[in-house]
Design a protein around this ligand. Structure first.
Ligand SMILES: [Zn+2]
Ligand SMILES: [Zn+2]
Length: 366
């Protein structure tokens, strides 16, 4: 950023805000943009092991991440805090129905907005709370130029939301039928509530960071915080329970289509391969239902075939727009059904964007 004028920086921030509102990770413009989504911040708390739960987020226009809840002898460890305090409060209410133990630690798997913006709920009135992330994740959370998460990104969203709200209102006027209109009205209500909540957000950043895999002996439970390499971001943290064979992945593994915009596609393949070598029976993924270990192979195969196809297309000089269509079609037989289980993050909504990001990161760069 050195040498940049304030105007250039503002222009970049505006571009970032524009890109942000156009990405299917948050809302979007594909055919499923107006799919029916939950009106409230609801979670389904699913027991996945003794004293371990997955907080599976309902599909919402304003996305929430999943959480993992780990009970120890003297408290709780919660992994990821969703996109807003009201969501974290909703999950916490469900948690209190199964255990009243205090929250001792919150872990943020990565810096994206939908995984950490609820941190303040656990910190309020809880001065002993430890918030843990990778050191790179914390750097990004405090980086004024980070695009998809962090303290500065809250301000960028506040600036961008009125435009998004105006577009939704416009879309309501143009809705072709009553069902679509009702769906967009639901999205509009979520967007307006989200903007109001953004203005009250002051999520605390991590109080402790790790730069390599560490083992916590937390209230009698063995919890490993693992760094396995770059993937979804450059600071993905994995939470592994070796006794229960449960792995919490954040968005490094999702049951949606992967989100690559800040990812490292080739390294990501290796990182997922490293996960496959571990003794795992269940995964609590960043979005979607908990999955069996076999999902790792499916997820890695998709990334591998996507990267190979884009490299081949790039070497042959195929225009990007053609590749988005041909690769999307050629990989569909193997991956469309498995990556289209939910109203959001579906294969056809994302495959073109995935091709574009892999192209930008690998072909264009070489
Ligand atoms: Zn996410
Ligand atoms: Zn993410």
């Amino acid at each position: 950023m050195e040498g940049w004028t304030r105007r250039q920086i503002l222009a970049q921030a505006t571009i970032a805000a524009a890109v942000y509102t156009l990405d299917p990770h948050e809302l979007c413009c594909g055919s499923h943009a107006y799919a029916q989504t939950a009106g409230d911040e609801s979670f389904e708390l699913k027991k996945v092991g003794d004293g371990v739960w997955a907080g599976v987020a309902a599909a919402r226009y304003k996305v929430n991440s999943n959480a993992a809840v780990i009970e120890t002898n003297d408290g709780l460890v919660i992994v990821d805090s969703h996109s807003k305090p009201s969501a974290a409060r909703s999950l916490y209410k469900d948690v209190q129905a199964v255990t009243k133990k205090p929250v001792k630690k919150v872990i943020n798997t990565h810096f994206h907005w939908d995984h950490w913006q609820g941190n303040q709920v656990y910190a309020q009135g809880n001065p002993g709370l430890e918030i843990i992330s990778s050191d790179r994740c914390k750097e990004r959370l405090t980086d004024p130029n980070a695009v998809m998460g962090g303290t500065a990104f809250i301000e960028k969203q506040i600036a961008a939301m009125p435009g998004e709200i105006a577009r939704l209102k416009d879309a309501i006027q143009k809705a072709p039928d009553a069902a679509t209109r009702a769906s967009i009205e639901g999205n509009l209500a979520q967007a307006e509530a989200y903007l109001a909540e953004l203005k009250t957000m002051t999520p605390p950043v991590p109080t402790r960071t790790v730069s390599q895999t560490v083992r916590l002996q937390e209230g009698g439970r063995d919890i490993q915080l693992m760094l396995l390499g770059r993937g979804h971001t450059d600071g993905d943290l994995y939470v592994y329970l070796p006794k229960e064979k449960i792995m919490v992945t954040g968005d490094a593994v999702v049951d949606w289509m992967p989100f690559i915009v800040e990812g490292y596609p080739e390294e990501w393949i290796q990182t997922v391969a490293a996960l496959e070598r571990l003794d795992i029976s269940q995964l609590i993924v960043g979005h979607g239902e908990p999955t069996p270990k076999s999902h790792l192979t499916f997820f890695r195969s998709y990334l591998t075939e996507l990267v190979d196809a884009v490299k081949k297309g790039g070497a042959a000089g195929t225009p990007l727009e053609d590749m988005k269509k041909t690769i999307g079609d050629s990989l569909a037989a193997k991956y469309e059904a498995g990556f289209s289980k939910y109203p959001l993050g579906r294969y056809r909504d994302r495959v073109g964007v995935n091709v574009e990001h892999v192209y930008a990161k690998i072909v264009k760069k070489s």
